[in-house]
Design a protein around this ligand. Structure first.
Ligand code: GLC
Length: 479
């Protein structure tokens, strides 16, 4: 073990706070790297986090942040959870909120101040404690490279990981003053973006290295179709950009030990027990029918339009369909109408970790028609649980799911049904193919069993992050 200290920062970390895949990665990646380095994870101590349950205690350090002529008090907290040290920043303006970023209608108006405080507090920490590298994630942590740029005496290097370029943290120009950021940074090579302040740009401009969560997404974000207006800027900085595919935590997601399942399993017979129990639980008929599921946020990104347009025809096919998720009201309402109309569609709205595990275990197919997908974790979990993914070939889905037509039993790749046009016709065709494959039991079973044995853990990708860290350490030694 190297004694290098890494500070891994994210605005959400499972199990403390989660709105999406970022929280899962912020939980599992530090665990995968903790053998090679000393990784501390840092996040805001939101008021809804149960301090007693996790044994979170004040570390005794307090300080004030002066930002835009105002002073903000900060208290640091700490806990050890499953062998990782978690550090927490508590300051009322950042933490005393009902939601992480805002309600479904929109973000909190002072998110610029809230997350700038997170970054300033981390700056104070790296001034006091020696961390060789800060590993930052998404726009909520993207100001720190700029703040470090302003402090030439601090030697800490930064790695910035983009999990989703569609969220950039863009605020009105007046934010500059209240965030105490010098006007000299307000230009197109830094955080200015069409007259506004863009946190993500600060990270891209000043981080020593940038990664994103799959090799395909790393290429896609250099194009106008996926670059969200930053393609040119990213092209300029592409020399320091790499794509590293996410892994899943195979301890957290393991069908053979999963305590959330009715009956943990290692083979398809055991899986069938879970399917029968689940169909009974939600009162869907006919366990012989293939079960197709969708789990995800009801947003444009996740291909909800394609899914909703495809559903009436899917409902007429010989299958059961179960949907779990939460999000925009228009999508939710449309799904609800369809679920009321067809007795082979079951909808559960909300976020329910245990139910999602039972669904992975029970299902035969996992539908993911995302319009864009930086990486996606659910398709890997699905394969690990013996549910075959049906995916639109984009971003991380391209890198992790290969079309069954090219199945090679000797490869280490996962297979599913892949479609390349982002529309409901292509999606329906893929579902038809999937159901046909299901009827060819030997072939279907062979692929699903193969998928269950593939390695979707952090083993390989962890090594790639280690390489990036080592390069940063070399750069810092060269000075
Ligand atoms: C974001 C992306 C998703 C990715 C996750 C973790 O939620 O939308 O594709 O898997 O971050 O990196």
């Amino acid at each position: 073990m190297s004694n290098s200290r890494i500070l891994f920062a994210a605005s959400e970390v499972y199990p403390f706070a989660k709105s999406g895949g970022l929280a899962d990665v912020a939980y599992s990646l530090p665990r995968a790297l903790n053998e090679a380095y000393n990784v501390d994870v840092i996040m805001p101590l939101y008021q809804f986090i149960d301090r007693v349950q996790f044994g979170i205690q004040a570390s005794g350090e307090t300080f004030n942040i002066m930002m835009g002529n105002k002073s903000y008090p900060v208290t640091l907290y700490i806990c050890k959870y499953e062998n990782i040290t978690y550090r927490f920043i508590y300051t009322p303006l950042l933490c005393d909120r009902e939601f992480l970023y805002g309600n479904p209608q929109g973000g909190y108006e002072d998110n610029d101040i809230r997350f700038a405080l997170f970054n300033y507090a981390m700056l104070e920490i790296v001034k006091r404690d020696i961390y060789e590298i800060v590993h930052l994630n998404d726009w909520q942590t993207a100001l720190l490279p700029l703040l470090l740029n302003n402090e030439p005496k601090i030697e800490t290097k930064s790695l910035f990981t983009i999990h989703n370029l569609a969220y950039q943290g863009v605020f009105e120009k007046k934010a500059l003053a209240r965030l105490g950021i010098d006007e000299k940074y307000f230009h197109m090579d830094c955080l200015e973006f069409y007259g506004q302040v863009n946190f993500m740009k600060a990270g891209i401009a000043y981080a020593d290295k940038i990664t994103t969560v799959s090799p395909t997404y790393a290429k896609e974000i250099l194009t106008p179709e996926f670059g969200c207006g930053l393609e040119g800027f990213l092209q300029y900085h592409s020399g320091k950009l790499t794509g590293i595919v996410n892994g899943i935590d195979t301890e957290q997601f393991s069908p053979s030990t999963d305590k959330m399942l009715v009956s943990p399993y290692t083979d398809l017979r055991g899986k069938a027990v879970n399917k029968r129990a689940f169909l009974k639980e939600i009162k869907l008929k006919d366990p012989k029918r293939p079960l197709v599921i969708f789990i995800g946020r009801f947003t444009w990104q996740k291909g909800l339009e394609i899914f909703i347009d495809a559903l009436p025809d899917m409902a007429l096919m010989e299958c059961n369909i179960v949907v779990l998720g939460d999000g925009e009201a228009q999508y939710h309402d449309a799904l609800k109408t369809l679920a009321n109309k067809h007795d082979n569609i079951y909808l559960k709205s909300g976020y329910d970790e245990a139910l999602s595990h039972r669904m992975y275990a029970a299902s035969d197919f996992f539908l993911m028609p995302s319009l864009f997908e930086p990486c996606g974790l659910a398709q890997m979990i699905a394969m690990h649980y013996g549910s075959m993914p049906i995916v639109h070939s984009v971003g991380g889905l391209t890198d992790t799911v290969h079309d069954y037509a090219a199945f090679d039993a000797k490869s280490q790749k996962g297979y599913g049904v892949v479609f390349s046009q982002p529309d409901h016709h292509a999606c329906l065709d893929a579902v038809k193919k999937a159901l046909l494959l299901y009827s060819m039991k030997t072939q279907y079973n062979q692929i699903v069993k193969h998928n269950m044995l593939c390695d979707f853990s952090w083993r390989e990708s962890g090594e790639l992050y280690i390489k990036e860290y080592e390069k940063l350490k070399e750069e810092s030694q060269r000075g």
